[in-house]
Write a protein that binds this ligand. Structure first.
Ligand code: SF4
Ligand code: SF4
Ligand code: FES
Length: 286
């Protein structure tokens, strides 16, 4: 169980959301309000442990009086504002974003991407077969995790998690400009020659599966990855006295990957190499 720290009570902000009077704690985003009201707004670059990056724009909504659409993930709810989440303009914008992303990127392991493409009637095929942005083999240069940049939507979440927002390792950054922009280690070196400390905190936040455990990558390639059949058990990492929470994903009695609860007030979903990847000994006892 995760302990939730007590916070000072916040004032409530009242505004209109799709015609309904809505009240949310001061500082909440429009997305927070939408989720509290059960509205399903797609998101990709938003992360519950990261500062909004406003990179993907798949979450846009209309704010009355505003010239442009607003990203729900970062725009704070303000008293008296009127927000519309399901207008033709907002839906069309989401559709175009999804079409552009799905035509240039492999979204096959992005949770809910297929559902959103259908919901917004996006037709990525209209850009033709040559629209792929990267088109390269997955980078398999270590035993712990794989980087498959064909699946990268350039949301920058991994860069923020590796850099100043959490890990402060700065092993990866954005290289290149415009259409050539990509996530890379310094001089595109293999991870083993980079500053990476294999905390896997970048995998934790990646929304598309571009970064994945080697175990998951191998099982997907073999056709044995079966997420619905997996169980998740949250326990305490036994490697040191910090006692981070780890969530073990188990399939066929084997740990296949390890995540960490994002609502933990100490670790916020982050781990070190031991908690993240040091699970082989559990299943190699003989
Ligand atoms: S595993 Fe950790 S150190 Fe390595 S690139 Fe990812 S976030 Fe950075
Ligand atoms: S690798 Fe994942 S987290 Fe990093 S920018 Fe690409 S999609 Fe985002
Ligand atoms: S989820 Fe809001 S801009 Fe990407």
């Amino acid at each position: 169980m995760t302990a939730v720290p007590l916070r000072l009570p916040r004032r409530l902000v009242e505004f209109t959301l799709d015609g309904q009077e809505t009240r949310v704690p001061e500082g909440s985003t429009i997305l927070d309000a939408c989720r509290a009201a059960g509205k399903d707004i797609p998101t990709l670059c938003q992360g519950d442990t990261l500062t909004p990056k406003n990179a993907c724009r798949v979450c846009v909504v209309e704010v009355e009086g505003a010239r442009t659409l607003a990203p729900a993930c970062s725009r704070r709810a303000e008293a008296g504002m009127t927000v519309l989440t399901d207008t033709e303009r907002a839906r069309h914008s989401r559709k175009v974003v999804l079409e552009l992303l799905a035509s240039s990127t492999d979204l096959s392991t992005t949770p809910r991407a297929a559902e959103w493409l259908k919901e917004y009637e996006a037709k990525p095929d209209r850009f033709g077969p040559d629209a792929a942005r990267v088109n390269e083999e997955p980078k398999v240069d270590n035993d712990l995790y794989v980087r498959d940049y064909d699946k990268c939507v350039l949301c920058y979440k991994c860069v923020d998690a590796c850099g100043e927002q959490w890990q402060n390792t700065f092993a990866i950054a954005v290289a290149g400009r415009g259409f050539d922009a990509r996530i890379s280690t310094e001089h595109d070196a293999p991870l083993t020659d980079s500053a990476c400390v294999y905390c896997g905190n970048c995998i934790e936040v990646c929304p598309t599966g571009a970064l994945s455990f080697k175990s998951e990558f191998d099982m997907r390639a073999a056709g044995t990855w079966d997420e619905p059949a997996q169980t998740e058990t949250t326990t305490v990492c036994a490697y040191c006295g910090v006692g981070c929470n780890v969530t073990l994903h188990v399939q066929d009695n084997e740990i296949v990957k390890v995540t960490s609860p994002h609502d933990n007030p100490v670790t916020h979903g982050n781990l070190c190499i031991k908690g993240r990847f040091g699970f082989q000994h559990v299943q190699n006892r003989v």
